[in-house]
Structure formats: C-alpha cells, structure tokens
Design a protein around this ligand. Structure first.
Ligand SMILES: Cc1ncc(COP(=O)(O)O)c(C=O)c1O
Length: 404
C-alpha cells in the first residue's frame, strides 16, 4: 500500500496517488492491467466468503476488477464521494443510474439542453418502461420546482450544458431536491475536477463520460458514477453488474488512470485556451453569437465563476453570421470545411481541437422541436478547444474567414 497519508493533501497529490499504490507482488509503480474475466479461490470457503462479501476481494470482472477498482477509488477521492463505479461508456453510467433508481410510474425532471444520447434515453427509452420525463431549463429554479410532481424521483442535468453552456446553480437545485426527497444527478463531463465538485455542492450522484476530459487522450470510451456507498452499491449491483452488464475493460481503465495523472494540468490549459478563443470570437465581425460562461456577457457568468472555481470549461459554442451572400448556416458549414487545425468530429476533451455541428451530429437524434425549444439552432457550432497553441488556432480561423 501507499505510504502517503491522503487525508489532507491537495488536489494534485490526490490526482497522482488516490486509488493507486505500487503493486504488492512486483512493486510495479503503474497499476497493472488485470486482464482476467475470473478470479480463483484457494478454497470453497474463501469463494463463499468473497461472494457473501465477508472476505474482501474479487470474484468476476463484471462485478469488480482491481484495475477498474483503482480508477473508481481515484475518481471517488477527486470528486469527494464515498465510492464510485466504472462503466464501459458515459451512456453506460447514465443508463445504470436510471436502472438503479427508477421504476414504472416514476417521473424524471431533466435539463432541456443535454447530450443528444441522454435526451433520447429520457424521451424514448424510459417511456418504454412507463417512466415519464419533463424537460426544463434548470438555470430557472422556479421552472424546476413547477416541473416536480409527486412521483418525481430524479432531477438530472448537465452544467455547463451540451452544447449551449448554460450554467445551473447546483447548490440551489440540491436545496430543492433535498426538501422533496428527490435524487439529484449531475453530469459533470464538461467541468471535471478540479473545476467543479457537484457532490460538495449537495448533488447525490455525479456521472461522467470518461471518454472526454478524464481520459483526455481520445483513445478510450468510459463512464463513471460517483456518490455515497449505498447509492453506488445500487448502481453497481442493479445497473452495471446485472441489467446493463457494462463494466469497462481493464485495459481501458489502465489508460484512463494514466490520463488522469495529468488531469488538472490538461483541464486548466483547455480552459485557458478556450477563454482566449472565446474572447477572439466575441470580437470577431463574422460571429453572430458566442456561448462561453467565461465571458462577462454570459447570463450565468458570476455563478460560473464561483461554482467552477475560476475556470469555465474547454468547450465553446458559436453561430457564424451571414458572410458574402452565404446564409449563416452555409457560412458555418463552409467554415468547418475550410479550417485546417480543428478536426470535424464529435466528442470532446481530447488534446486535438474538435469541431462539430450539433443539429446534424451530436443532437441530430433530438427532435427538431425539442432542439428549438432548447435554443439549439441549426447554425450552432460546438468546439472542444484542444491543447494546440491557441494563437495558431486563431490564425487558422482568420485564414478561413478571409477566404470566405
Ligand atoms: C455531456 C455528455 N454526457 C454523456 C455523454 C455520453 O458519453 P459516452 O459517449 O462516453 O457514452 C456525452 C457524449 O458526448 C456527453 O457529451
């Protein structure tokens, strides 16, 4: 075991050491990839004890694996949760939470601007099981209170939202859900630690698409759920291990553990680049609107400053104006096709800048009326600002605009 006492250390020390210690057998510093489906017992009695959980240890990798466990313990420490469970993707994490806490006849209040896949699960897949969902702007506390029904079991939102960067006051939402006995679930994918800590602000559960900033290298799919021991036992038992059967592969967890050793450095640099880029867009004559919580004109700028600890995500969204006879929509498409540094791709949080068109890509599966109700216009462009030199990125945009 690690000799380090992690009770009172700073975020960066936790980031390096939490959940991980040199391998007991070999002394290996990096947590080994326990690439095994099953675990052997010396005796039947040991197996019985491990199944009954009277003896700690692992029995089968669907319910637990040492490499996956290291990742779970690291994120639990970083988010300030008691426990965590790792999944094969962000949607695996979200689905496992739904399965663990909802049953036929229940109702969910969901943010009206969430990742397209989440929106479809809430609108279509939950309805298959007789679970109803309402969609509201969760930056409006009165709208949230009005949407809550006697059978509401869960309030779910992203902050900042994908793709419009709307910021919700987590503390305020937690006061509402606590008073009504509703679980508060926050998707923290756009603002991972050390930016934002929803559990410390009163949320019951945090979900992540690990695919994004937590892994940070664009080479893994993964998800995580963090919360209390009791809640995570339900998510692991009912969701991940049984109905969904969606643990990550140990190899994926190994890569995420490696990625997370530089989490704060990467995330802060993404934010610094995004801030510089958003300021550039805000002063650009070809841009109609910029969505970035770091800009003073953003409707929740002051809340974001406090809640996100002085940083504002690496994600920026914007709309291009009509240029030289091209409509705003066509100018946006031409811009994407002309840029050379950003790759046209969905996903986010990679070292590479990724740019995409939500209406036809990440949010294409959301009905047009629902997109419009959430102000996701057909001209909106979303960019995950990467770790390239931001001056090069700005020069690339200048070149592209000049050619239009
Ligand atoms: C905010 C957010 N949550 C969840 C997901 C789903 O994650 P995954 O693609 O890892 O399943 C995404 C995917 O883009 C996302 O942007």
């Amino acid at each position: 075991m690690s000799k380090i006492d992690l009770t009172n250390v700073g975020f960066e020390t936790l980031m390096i050491h939490a959940g991980q210690s040199p391998d007991k057998e070999s002394g290996a510093l990096a947590t080994p990839i326990y690439q095994t489906s099953t675990f052997c017992f010396e005796t039947v009695e040991e197996g019985q004890g491990k199944f009954a959980k009277t003896i700690p240890g692992f029995v089968y990798s669907r319910s637990g694996n040492p490499t996956n466990r290291a990742l779970e313990m690291k994120i639990a420490a970083l988010e300030g949760g008691e426990d965590a469970v790792a999944t094969a993707s962000g949607m695996g994490a979200i689905g496992a939470v739904m399965v663990a806490f909802l049953k036929t006849g229940d109702h969910v209040v969901c943010g009206d601007c969430v990742y397209g896949g989440t929106s479809v699960v809430m609108r279509t897949n939950l309805a298959q099981f007789g679970i109803d969902a309402s969609f509201v702007d969760t930056s409006d506390a009165a709208a949230v209170e009005a949407a809550i029904k006697p059978n509401t079991k869960l309030l779910y939102f992203e902050t900042p939202t994908n793709p419009l960067m709307v910021v919700t006051d987590i503390k305020k939402m937690a006061a509402i859900t606590r008073a009504k006995g509703i679980k508060l679930v926050v998707d923290n994918t756009f603002a991972p630690p050390p930016l934002q800590f929803p559990l410390k602000l009163g949320a019951d559960l945090v979900v992540h698409s690990v695919t994004k900033y937590l892994n940070g290298h664009g080479d893994v799919l993964g998800g995580l759920v963090v919360g209390s021991k009791a809640d995570i036992a339900l998510v692991r038992g009912n969701g991940v291990t049984k109905i969904c059967g969606t643990p990550p592969s140990p190899h994926s967890s190994f890569l995420v553990l490696r990625g997370m050793k530089t989490l704060s450095l990467r995330v802060r640099q993404h934010c610094n680049n995004a801030m510089a880029f958003a300021q550039y867009l805000a002063g650009n004559k070809y841009i109609k609107k910029v969505y970035y919580p770091g800009l003073a004109g953003h409707p929740q700028h002051e809340l974001a400053k406090e809640q996100m600890n002085g940083y504002y995500t690496g994600m920026v969204a914007f709309e291009v104006d009509a240029i030289n006879g091209l409509s705003s929509y066509d100018a946006g498409i031409k811009l994407l096709n002309t840029l050379t540094i950003p790759s046209i791709a969905v996903s986010l949080g990679d070292p590479d800048t990724l740019i995409q068109h939500p209406a036809s890509m990440t949010h294409a599966s959301v009905p047009k009326e629902a997109r419009e109700a959430a102000s996701i216009s057909d001209g909106l462009i979303r960019m995950s600002v990467g770790l390239e030199n931001v001056e090069d990125l700005i020069a690339d945009f200048d070149r592209a605009f000049a050619s239009m």
